[in-house]
Write a protein that binds this ligand. Structure first.
Ligand code: NAD
Ligand code: UDP
Ligand code: UDP
Length: 324
């Protein structure tokens, strides 16, 4: 890489599932990467393979506190993403999204860095428009068990666009739809990791509700491509962009696909549907296609087989540990 193209890049939440893949990609591209994480749901193990690289640094830090470093770009991913983890300490979840955004925006303003926010399809809530387009304002319960996450992320978006309007900063906002892949924590609690661990351990797959609710699942490698394209999109690309895979399936179909990908004969059992569980979710990615020339290319079958491989190795090497 030419010295001019080499950037100092901060990745918050860099020891988590998505963050570790992003750090890996940026380190491979030759950038100097500073990974900041408080290890709430992420682990050192996720980035252990990068620790010996001269262009990678790991710092334990909580983004709700100020951070003074010198960087050219910031990817702000710090925030628990699985319902069981973000509902464990909801006040802290909102603080992470809101105070974390303020601190990272303040940092970006001081050092004139471009800054990327990992927002979410949850800003659409239990959507009344299908598929979801960026101009839909959403249908979100402000006082339910998911609100700490949904409203925290909505407020973070507000802060990003206001720092843009008020200070002319270059911001990027990715509305990420459900993503899965290697390095999801076995105790993460989201649907793909739960079904994978259950299928590979011969335990019943726990489908919540009757399994007719839908999600659209994106493989992690495709999503990380989109992150980097969005960060590098022309100046002025500051409005939110949906990133995800439009291929929509029911959770019952997903259970069957995971049984097939793992070769499992586990039974499927039904458990109560969590409160405010969104019914349908599918991104309209027309904007990402037009703006970034991007669309996911990994099929669900390929992605699930690669993910199953990861979980097989992980479960063989040690029993499913709890998140710290
Ligand atoms: P993850 O839980 O694996 O990663 C989150 C990381 O943030 C962890 O390493 C955690 O320790 C760290 N973190 C949490 N609070 C922190 C704090 N206060 N200070 C510093 N670090 C902190 O989840 P993920 O799936 O990798 O999600 C990454 C980001 O992408 C999150 O912001 C999430 O909201 C967003 N997102 C993910 C998905 C998805 O499907 N994976 C979908 C939509 C949005
Ligand atoms: N901040 C930070 N690192 C910096 C600059 C700012 O963490 O390099 C934090 C600091 O806590 C500040 C917040 O970002 O309160 C918002 O900064 P801004 O300049 O927007 O507002 P301030 O509160 O300083 O007026
Ligand atoms: N789900 C399920 N079994 C599980 C975990 C989740 O049926 O063991 C369902 C959950 O109710 C939701 C969907 O799968 O309808 C996706 O859940 P996840 O927690 O992965 O993400 P989110 O609800 O935030 O989209």
């Amino acid at each position: 890489m030419k010295e001019l193209d080499r950037k100092r890049i901060l990745v918050t939440g860099g020891a988590g599932f998505l963050g570790s893949h992003l750090c890996e990609r940026l380190v491979e591209a030759g950038h100097d990467v500073l990974c900041v994480d408080n290890f709430f749901t992420g682990t050192r193990e996720n980035v252990a393979h990068l620790l010996g690289r001269s262009n990678f640094e790991l710092m334990r830090h909580d983004v709700t506190f100020p951070l003074y470093v010198e960087v050219d770009e910031i990817y702000n991913l710090a925030c628990p993403a699985s319902p069981i983890h973000y509902q464990y300490d909801p006040v802290r979840t909102t603080k992470t999204s809101v105070h974390g955004a303020i601190n990272m925006l303040g940092l970006a303003k001081r050092v004139r860095a471009k800054i990327f926010q990992a927002s979410t399809s949850e800003v659409y809530g239990d959507a009344r428009v299908h598929p979801q387009k960026e101009d839909y304002w959403g249908h979100v319960n402000p006082i339910g068990p998911r609100s700490c996450y949904d409203e925290g992320k909505r407020c973070a978006e507000t802060l990003f666009v206001d720092y843009r309007r008020q200070y002319g900063m270059e911001v990027r906002i990715a509305r990420i739809f459900n993503t899965y892949g290697p390095r999801m924590h076995p105790a993460d609690g989201r649907v793909v990791s739960n079904f994978m661990v259950q299928a590979l351990s011969g335990e019943p797959l726990t489908v919540y509700g009757d399994g007719s609710q839908t999600r659209s699942l994106c493989y992690v490698d495709d999503l990380i491509d989109a992150f980097i394209r969005l960060m590098n999109a022309p100046d002025g690309t500051c409005d939110p962009v949906n990133l995800g895979n439009p291929h929509e399936i029911t959770m019952l179909e997903l259970a069957e696909h995971i049984k097939e990908a793992t070769g499992s004969d586990s039974e499927i059992v039904f458990r109560p549907l969590p409160i405010d569980d969104p019914w349908h979710r599918q991104p309209d990615i027309g904007k990402a296609r037009a703006l970034l020339g991007w669309a996911p290319s990994t099929s669900l079958g390929e992605g699930l087989r690669a993910t199953a491989e990861h979980f097989r190795e992980r479960l063989a090497s040690r029993p499913a540990a709890q998140c710290t």
